[in-house]
Write a protein that binds this ligand. Sequence first.
Ligand code: GTP
Ligand code: MG
Length: 196
Amino acid sequence: MRLSAEFHASATSLGSCPKWDRYEIALAGRSNVGKSSLINALTQTHQLARTSKTPGRTRALNFFTIGKDLALVDLPGFGYAKMSRDEAAAIARLLEEYLAERKRLIGLVLLIDVRRGPQDEELAILRIRDTDEESFNVIVVATKCDKLRNSERAAALQRFRVVGIEPLMVSAQSGEGLDTLRRRILALGSKRDGDT
Ligand code: GTP
Ligand code: MG
């Protein structure tokens, strides 16, 4: 299955986000968890979203269009230890505003490193959705599954299950889970198309 995307724009504030009718599906997660790599892998486009060995590279919201009605949004990563406190606070505020106020947001792909499992920050994001009834659907994705040995898989999954999460196991590197994720993203988009 193909998922073609094109870069549209970057925004560093809610006010400068695109004014359009597209539904948005955003990728959120800790810095370095693999958001930009996953966008490239999903769309099979090399460096469509910029990736880096240095964490904390994506400081803006980056918008990518898919077809006529949908967009993917690469969100800035949180929890990067070396970022200044002011900068970390600014990013946290931008993320919170976007998640709470962006009307076109219909889906959130929440990325969690498979070897790390969900932490307080990720659980807090899941609670935003639980408390806001007009909110978005969430797909929790466990990233970098290629780094697990087979013998480590059950324990890794258990770190998610103890907090009630059944993640989709993916790897931008090996391709594991990508087709399922493409399908789930497109299904979220088409569900809304039928709405009035
Ligand atoms: P920020 O923009 O800082 O928030 O980071 P990000 O979440 O966009 O992470 P990015 O995609 O830039 O990837 C960070 C690092 O993880 C890079 O060195 C990637 O090559 C690596 N990486 C990403 N996905 C995978 C994966 O599925 N497997 C492996 N082994 N490495 C990955
Ligand atoms: Mg990035």
